[in-house]
Each structure stands twice: as structure tokens, then as C-alpha cells.
Design a protein around this ligand. Structure first.
Ligand SMILES: N=CN[C@@H](CCC(=O)O)C(=O)O
Ligand SMILES: [Zn+2]
Length: 411
């Protein structure tokens, strides 16, 4: 089945196959073709070009894109979409003056979500999560990573990971799975946190690997959660099973998590709200993608990742949602792109690069996703009639998306 898109106002993020990420000053460039066409066949991008050079192409379907922009779907490399229930009461508590930390110390936060998830059936968790996945796909997300981490027991962590697996089987978009057993210390282990690390490393991790339920390993490396020592131990053990790190670091404090990630060749280090000079230095010349989560900063009123400092140091940057019930109950990548421009002073070009190609890199997907490239998957967004791509982040809160195609199919 061939589909031809014509009269595209601008085809964005057009790249050669060898470009798998963009860094530093390169991120200012967002290559595109104005007044263009795009040909897809089944699930693949076949060809594209300027309307002047459109020959006699046979197609089963034609879509006129006059005044509309076509760009790759968003690649959301950090989410916790699989969860049960919500935490709107904590939201109200924070408005009334409690901090995220205080709520967590009183048994709320991640432990609250873990309790709910443990009590919820696998089918129910699947239904709740599938609804969220469908919602974000309609908002333009065409590839997603999902973490466990609200189970915190062997049984419940495996339950979450099976739900992620089922989502992957039932939906067209790529779904990458990350084991985040080390997300918080469960209540029963409060006085003996090392025993929880032993459980994660010696019992849950081997089973996750045996059942091939995750590609990546994650840990919340943060004061009050897991130390750098725990991080090194877990990442070392996970390497034996072939799980590459994608880790939570520097959300509230800079304690050495970035360095630990880099030393274990992390695919990404995520959050990075609090960055010391040495955190930036240690990322230079590595394969590790820094990932910023600006809607978490918005929701918790915490600092934004210092994007300008990272980019000026020549580093790449990806943007993701962090969709979860506690710190970011939103999976809207359009809002993330707007916040990156408004609050992190990224240009629209930088933000779109960060939310597409670099997001794909942070999930090992940039050979097949994240740009308009011949041979890549036909995952793209057709916007409504808009004046320019800058309108996307500018008109924050407005849905400028007309349709979303995943694997060549309109969803
Ligand atoms: N910071 C750690 N984990 C999640 C939030 C967890 C929660 O509050 O439920 C995050 O990435 O923000
Ligand atoms: Zn997270």
C-alpha cells in the first residue's frame, strides 16, 4: 500500500541515515524541505522531495497537506505510563503547603502508588495504562519507553513488566521496557535498605532477565532513595544480564549519579534539574544522552534542566515527559516542547531535535525512528494548517495536530 502526501508546507527533520543524534550547536539546525511531497509504502518512508520534482508517482492514496507541516512523531524516552490509580490528593496537599519530600516521608509518593498497584489486578492495570498510551499516541507520540518501579515486590514488579510487554504486543508503536525495581525503599525495608537492594539484585533482576521482560535498568539515585554505591552495584549486576542503564539522577541533588551512569555506559541519564560543573564535564565525549523532563519541573515547581549550559558545552539533549502519577501526570510531548522553549530557552529547532531524533537515540531507536529518512518507519505527524513550525511550541496548550501515522497507519 503506497500513500503519497503532497503540497506539504514543510517536511521537517529530514536526515541522512547516518545521523543518529545531534549535539551542541548542531541542534540549532532543523533540516526541512518546503513545498514538498512524501511517499510511504506500508510501514516505511520510501522517498520525498520538492513538489517541483514530483514525477509520475503511482499511489493507492493521496493526502493533500496544503498549509500543513509534516514532522516525525515524538519519541518519548522516559515514562512511567504503567501505573494504577492516581495521586490527586497529594497534588492538593502540595498546594496546601506540603513538599514532595514531606509527602514521600509520610508514606505517600512512590510508596502510595506501589500500594495501589499491588492491590490492582494485572488486567485493570493494563486497561488503565492502555488508555494513557492511546491518549499520548493521539498527541503525536510514536515511540515510548515505559518503566516498572511501582511494584516494589517481585510479584508486582513482574506484573508491571508483563503489562508493558502486553502493550508492546498490542500497539503499533515501539515500546521499550525498563526495570526500575530500585525506585523507592518499601516500608518493610525502611530500617534495612541494603536488604532491599539484595532482593532487587539477587532475586528480582535475575527473574526479569530470565523472562526477558526488560531491555534497560533504572534506579532513582537520590538522597533518601538510593546511593551512588547502590547505583554502581545495581548497574554492575545488570550488565551481566545485558541490561543497559537509563537512570534517574540529579532531580533534587547532585550526588554523583551522572558519573556513575557514564562509568556504566548509560544510554541516558535523566532529570538533571540540579547540575554541577563536574556533571556536565563528565558527560563530554560519551555515548550517554542527557534527558530533560520539563513538565516534571513545572508540576513540582523545581528547577528546569539547564539546557543552555549543556548545549553550550557541546552536549546533546533529549526531551521526554516522565508521565507518572506523582511528579508528572501528563504525557503530552507538545507541552514538553513548549516548556523547553519557554522555560529552558531552547529554540524551537533545538526542542524539536530533542523530542524526535535525540529521544529516539535515548531508546536505541534512532536507526529506525526520529527523523524523515528513507527506510525509516513511517511514523509522522500532520499538523493542522499552521503558519510555521515555531507555531507548535508558541501556541502552547493548543492542539495543532491533525493526524498521527504510526507504521504508515493513521491512528
Ligand atoms: N523521581 C522519581 N520517579 C518519578 C516520580 C515518581 C512519583 O512521584 O511517583 C519521576 O521521575 O519523577
Ligand atoms: Zn521518571
Amino acid at each position: 500500500m503506497k500513500t503519497l502526501l503532497t503540497n506539504i508546507k514543510e517536511l521537517l527533520q529530514v536526515r541522512e541515515p547516518d545521523i543518529i543524534k545531534v549535539s551542541g550547536a548542531e541542534m540549532k539546525e532543523l533540516p526541512g524541505i518546503k513545498n514538498s511531497w512524501l511517499l510511504i509504502e506500508d510501514d516505511q518512508i520510501i522517498d520525498f522531495g520538492h513538489m517541483d520534482q514530483l514525477g509520475n508517482i503511482e499511489a493507492d492514496e493521496r493526502i493533500d497537506c496544503t498549509d500543513k507541516i509534516v514532522l516525525p512523531t515524538w519519541c518519548d524516552s522516559h515514562t512511567h505510563i504503567v501505573y494504577a490509580g492516581n495521586r490527586e490528593q497529594e497534588f492538593a496537599d502540595r498546594i496546601n503547603g506540603l513538599s514532595y519530600e514531606e509527602i514521600a516521608n509520610h508514606g505517600g509518593g512512590i510508596l502510595n502508588s506501589a500500594e495501589t498497584l499491588q492491590e490492582t489486578s494485572e488486567e485493570d492495570i493494563y486497561e488503565q495504562s492502555a488508555k494513557r498510551l492511546e491518549e499520548v499516541m493521539k498527541l503525536g507520540t510514536g515511540a515510548v519507553e515505559i518503566k516498572s518501579g511501582y511494584g516494589l515486590t517481585k510479584e508486582a514488579e513482574l506484573k508491571m513488566l508483563r503489562v508493558i510487554k502486553k502493550l508492546r504486543e498490542n500497539y503499533e508503536l515501539p515500546v521499550k521496557s525498563t526495570f526500575l525495581g530500585a525506585h523507592a525503599i518499601p516500608k518493610d525495608y525502611k530500617e534495612r535498605p541494603e536488604a532491599y537492594m539484595d532482593l532487587v539484585i539477587n532475586d528480582i533482576l535475575p527473574e526479569v532477565a530470565r523472562q526477558e521482560l526488560a531491555e534497560y535498568i533504572d534506579i532513582f539515585c537520590e538522597k533518601g532513595y538510593f546511593s551512588v554505591e547502590d547505583t554502581n552495584r545495581l548497574l554492575g549486576a545488570a550488565r551481566e544480564y545485558g541490561l543497559r542503564p537509563k537512570i534517574h539522577v540529579n532531580q533534587f541533588n547532585s550526588i554523583g549519579g551522572v558519573k556513575a551512569g557514564v562509568e556504566h555506559d548509560a544510554l541516558s541519564v535523566d532529570h538533571l534539574e540540579i547540575m554541577k560543573k563536574e556533571d556536565i564535564e563528565v558527560l563530554k565525549g560519551t555515548h550517554t544522552m542527557p534527558v530533560a523532563l520539563p513538565s516534571c519541573s513545572l508540576f513540582l515547581s523545581i528547577p528546569y534542566t539547564p539546557a543552555r549550559e549543556l548545549l553550550e558545552a557541546g552536549l546533546p539533549l533529549a526531551l521526554a515527559t516522565d508521565f507518572n502519577p506523582g511528579s508528572t501526570p501528563s504525557g503530552n510531548m507538545n507541552l514538553v516542547v513548549s516548556l523547553a522553549c519557554i522555560k529552558m530557552k531552547m529554540t524551537p529547532e533545538e526542542a524539536i531535535n530533542a523530542a524526535t531524533l535525540n529521544g529516539a537515540y535515548a531508546m536505541d531507536l534512532s536507526k529506525s525512528h526520529g527523523s524523515i529518512t528513507k527506510g525509516k518507519k513511517a511514523n509522522f505527524i500532520i499538523t493542522k494548517k499552521i503558519p510555521s513550525y515555531t507555531f507548535l511550541p508558541y501556541a502552547f496548550g493548543t492542539n495543532s495536530i491533525e493526524s498521527v501515522f504510526i507504521n504508515g497507519k493513521k491512528i
